[in-house]
Design a protein around this ligand. Sequence first.
Ligand SMILES: CC(C)(COP(=O)(O)OP(=O)(O)OC[C@H]1O[C@@H](n2cnc3c(N)ncnc32)[C@H](O)[C@@H]1OP(=O)(O)O)[C@@H](O)C(=O)NCCC(=O)NCCS
Length: 212
Amino acid sequence: MASTYFKRFRMEADLLIPRRPPVLPEGYRLVAWNEALLDAHARTKYRAFCDEIDAVVFPCLGDLEGCRRLMREIRRKPGFLADATWLIARVVAPGQHAWCGTIQGVVDKYGTGMIQNVGVVPGHRGGGLGSLLVLQAMAGFGRAGLRKASLEVTAENASAVKLYGRLGFRRARTVYKVVEDKARAASRGTASARSSATSQSASPDEAMLSHS
Ligand SMILES: CC(C)(COP(=O)(O)OP(=O)(O)OC[C@H]1O[C@@H](n2cnc3c(N)ncnc32)[C@H](O)[C@@H]1OP(=O)(O)O)[C@@H](O)C(=O)NCCC(=O)NCCS
């Protein structure tokens, strides 16, 4: 069966290099991990990734149930680090927030802080939220005593590669992710069906969540 190979960079950053603490743009707030937020992470992940290249490379990112499964898997990992796992909410009214960014961190067996998925929902990009989430996760790894952070990024995701480079990540390795063309076609089909479904069903629940 025909397959496509996606080039991915493994990038690493030294956590011992001092970095300026991230500053939140006005109107946004960071929300620390708690178990009740698993679904908010999954939904924010879905909304950030569903129309992006990584939803082709990892079809689960283009599917809400897939994002929920992925979040449960991340949470179950022995190295899951709550202090490197954050949401960003935009305050829309007193007591009401729209989720707009997500990141999770896991410590691997070598003691490296692995950034899982950083995602910012379209409409909230370009204002520093993605950088802030990565810095916040790195700070969490640092507080846990780790020396190195690592992540993988699809090579053609140029803006993400550039963002990580700006934050001190350097390419350590190139790896390839094989995606069967059948799975690719299925994921493209889902993406176009989903685009129309999303625009019809931008329900208050999906776009905005109450958070106390
Ligand atoms: C990659 C991603 C997380 C970046 O999120 P973001 O919030 O746009 O990130 P930032 O705003 O911090 O940085 C993006 C750009 O905005 C610029 N920027 C940062 N702060 C800014 C500010 N205050 N005002 C205007 N622009 C700003 C940055 O310079 C950066 O530009 P660059 O491309 O020249 O580096 C987001 O595009 C995304 O969710 N993509 C889909 C999911 C994905 O691919 N995730 C990465 C997986 S490895």
